[in-house]
Design a protein around this ligand. Structure first.
Ligand SMILES: [Fe+2]
Ligand SMILES: [Fe+2]
Length: 191
């Protein structure tokens, strides 16, 4: 069974691949066709789904574990959650903008830079410290909880929801179901 680092690492790899692809373009300014812009929009929606689910389950299960076990865990979690909230706000802003609009590429490159910084912070600053203080069984148990929570996790950023683990655990499955209904109605799940 996959441990917490494998579960989160797979998500990071997938997100980084999408960030690279979005960064490579083409964009409206570099002469992208209408079809290419539509593909760009679809890829952004996939990225938003992946990011929303990933950060939601981290906030429900990963950061509370870091706070509990890692010396200075509170400071690490606080810093990461500020990064996550700012990323969610940027994604909420991006949802409302079309790739043809002037603001789109600026918002997107801000998000890409912040997302890479956040992933590096987690992998380089947080994971080694957590690895050093939890057992293999705890790491596998946490990986299982993250995978289970992802099945019903929100697929949209919800930047206005406070990132409180208890609140998120209580509301995430309900919000996750509502998000999926909306994804089906808008065809986003077929992107
Ligand atoms: Fe995160
Ligand atoms: Fe992460």
């Amino acid at each position: 069974m996959a441990d917490v680092f494998e579960v989160l690492g797979r998500d990071h790899t997938e997100v980084k691949r999408m960030l690279d692809e979005l960064e490579a373009g083409p964009t409206a300014a570099t002469g992208a066709s209408e079809n290419a812009l539509e593909r760009r929009r679809t890829l952004l929606q996939k990225l938003i789904t992946a990011e929303s689910m990933h950060e939601a389950v981290e906030e429900e299960y990963f950061w509370p574990t870091v706070r509990e076990h890692v010396p200075d865990g509170d400071a690490l979690a606080d810093h990461a959650i500020v990064q996550e909230q700012s990323g969610k706000q940027e994604l909420d802003d991006l949802i409302a903008v079309h790739p043809l609009q002037d603001r789109f590429e600026g918002l997107l490159s801000d998000f890409i830079a912040g997302a890479r910084e956040h992933i590096d912070f987690e992998e380089e600053q947080v994971w080694p410290r957590l690895r050093g203080v939890i057992t293999a069984e705890q790491a596998t148990g946490l990986g299982g909880r993250l995978q289970a929570a992802k099945r019903l996790a929100p697929t949209r950023p919800h930047s206005n929801t406070p990132p409180k683990p208890g609140l998120l655990k209580a509301t995430a499955p309900v919000v996750g179901v509502a998000d999926r209904m909306l994804d089906r109605m808008t065809g986003r799940d077929r992107g």
